[in-house]
Design a protein. Structure first.
Length: 174
């Protein structure tokens, strides 16, 4: 696996020629090799904005909890939502994680869905629930079980495992 990384020139150390343009491209073997300046954005409880293409050909943006395991980005969504259908129809997703304390420190990922796991799957469904509970703790920290299931019906979740295709980085934490 090789992931292309575009490193944008930023203004963290002052104004410079060609700021806000790509300063360099390189490749990393794994997202674990990503510079800690940007990897921390994935590890902290910062929401991402996920973009998927709707049936009308326009991008739809949704704030989401971000999670990954190894080199796979994990997208856990309720099965009945439109965005689940949109992901199935076009399995290419873009995500942006922005430092809430400094909008000039961000990470963008372009990912492709490799596989889908239903919470009802007899072999792997439990993994979907466990992953949802884990990110509940990361983002909410109140209890150890996901607490936002729609009480009006038996909400079932879907986990999309995604390969990272490209990464763009910008800025410094402080």
């Amino acid at each position: 696996m090789s992931v292309r990384v575009s490193r944008f020139l930023d203004v963290s150390e002052g104004v410079q020629p060609n700021q806000f343009s790509v300063g360099s491209h390189d490749s990393i073997a794994s997202i674990s090799d990503l510079d800690e300046t940007y990897k921390q954005l994935m590890d902290k409880p910062y929401a991402c904005v996920m973009a998927v293409m709707g049936t009308n050909g326009r991008p739809n943006l949704t704030p989401m909890w971000f999670d990954y395991e190894g080199d796979k980005v994990l997208v856990n969504v309720a099965g009945q939502r439109k965005k689940t259908e949109w992901i199935r129809n076009n399995p290419e997703i873009s995500m942006l994680i922005m430092n809430p304390e400094n909008m000039y420190h961000w990470l963008s990922l372009k990912v492709t869905v490799d596989r889908e796991i239903s919470e009802d799957d007899p072999d792997e469904g439990e993994r979907v629930t466990e992953q949802l509970d884990r990110i509940w703790v990361k983002y909410v920290g109140d209890g150890d079980t996901y607490g936002l299931r729609d009480p009006s019906f038996d909400e079932r979740r879907v986990l999309f495992e995604c390969t990272v295709d490209r990464i763009a980085t910008f800025g410094q934490p402080g």
